[in-house]
Design a binder for this molecule. Structure first.
Ligand code: ADP
Length: 373
């Protein structure tokens, strides 16, 4: 999705791909297939690039530091990126530097430490692996003291030998989740997209509504300010997504950070004046940033997950015939049940209508709505 704006901006992209069949490798011509965990592979790849950026956060910090030491432009740089790679580091830094709102948390060294934390603040609690988590992996809801071994054994199994720390967190009985997207350039220009409400199911983002319904202007500004302060404190370059939980009394706490174009910003491709992908590239190139505002009063994005439909493009006949303003993006991924393979976006003046249109199209593409078959 970064490729389309790269063409418009006249930028050549070179891709380091995990395999020849990944979605981006099927559209970008200049592709190196290799392992981003291998230092020699990354260095050789980087040698011909003017600037390096990412669409995930998993390239080891140590390799990125090596690139910076060699004089390469890495954006975002490893000093910023590590706060999206390591949740413990993120909690420590944001608490210390900004006193940013967070659930009550503690670095727990062993199961006994986690048990003591739970006994102190009350059960259930959440435990998180500091590194390597995604889509709910590496997050455990612990009902009581007897669950406390699990995060330590299960995170070790998944860590491939990397040291993983465990964080205990208060279980936030949130009213809803939200995200705010910030983009910041090396010159220090930064802008905020409107705050989105995000709906997760089993740790996977299913839907976003922008702007978050019912959020007052004052709260929206406060959240944008928080995101801009974080981007500035960490000297982020490119997109920053701040994932938030809103308590039932209205206050928000930070869940985690991502430093890349983010699923909760996919609505911006069609729904904002400048998409997160274009603004990410502009920031990485230190160009002036584009207008992040929404084009219409409401914009709803619904993810398409692999279901029992195996010809997604074939199903577009029904979707497009029914809704000429529907926007669809497929990712060129192999269809697997539950895997994000695309998304749909609708925008307009009436939230209920916009949401129903988007849900209908996504439901149809996932095989959940049979109408039109
Ligand atoms: P991932 O790295 O998988 O994205 P997150 O830290 O975002 O992990 O957690 C996944 C989901 O778990 C969140 O979207 C939220 O629904 C839930 N969650 C995370 N932290 C807490 C918490 N402290 N209290 C309640 N739910 C939480």
């Amino acid at each position: 999705m970064m490729y389309a704006p790269a063409i418009s901006l006249g930028v050549n992209l070179r891709l380091l791909a995990e395999g020849p069949q990944v979605g981006a490798a099927r559209v970008i011509r200049d592709v190196v297939v290799g392992d981003y965990n291998d230092e020699a592979t990354v260095c050789e790849f980087a040698a011909g690039c003017d600037v390096i950026t990412f669409d995930h956060e998993h390239v080891p910090t140590r390799i990125l530091r090596g690139l910076v030491a060699d004089g390469k432009l890495v954006r975002p740089g490893p000093d910023a990126l590590q706060h999206a790679q390591d949740k413990l580091l993120m909690r420590q830094r944001l608490t210390r530097a900004l006193d940013a709102p967070a659930p009550t948390w503690r670095h727990c060294l062993d199961p006994a430490g986690l048990r003591a934390f739970g006994d102190e603040i009350g059960w259930p609690i959440i435990a998180k692996a500091s590194r390597g988590g995604y889509d709910g992996h590496g997050v455990w809801k612990l009902a009581g003291p007897t669950d406390c071994e699990r995060p330590f054994t299960e995170s070790k199994d998944a860590s491939a030998g990397e040291p993983v720390e465990i964080i205990g967190e208060e279980f936030v009985d949130f009213a809803r989740e939200m995200s705010v997207l910030i983009v910041r350039s090396p010159s220090g220009q930064a802008v905020s997209y409107p705050v989105s409400e995000t709906i997760q199911l089993d740790g996977v983002c299913r839907e976003t509504v922008t702007p978050a319904p019912g959020l007052s202007d004052a709260q929206a500004s406060e959240i944008a300010r928080l995101g801009l302060d974080i981007a500035d404190e960490l000297q982020v370059v490119g997109m920053l997504a701040v994932e938030l939980m809103q308590r039932r009394d209205g206050r928000v706490v930070i869940n985690e950070l991502a430093m890349r174009p983010h699923n909760t910003g996919h609505w911006t491709i069609d729904g904002a004046h400048t998409s997160q992908f274009e603004n990410h590239l502009r920031a990485v190139l230190d160009l002036p940033l584009g207008d992040p505002r929404a084009r219409d009063p409401w914009c709803v994005m619904v993810n398409v997950l692999g279901g029992d439909v195996d010809d997604l493009t074939g199903e577009l006949l029904h979707c497009f015939a029914r809704d000429p303003r529907l926007r669809v993006e497929f990712y060129g991924k192999q269809l697997r049940p539950g895997r994000k393979v695309g998304h749909v976006v609708c925008y307009g003046d009436d939230l209920d209508q916009v949401r129903n249109r988007a849900r209908h199209a996504a439901g149809h593409l996932m095989g959940q709505i049979k109408e039109g078959r």
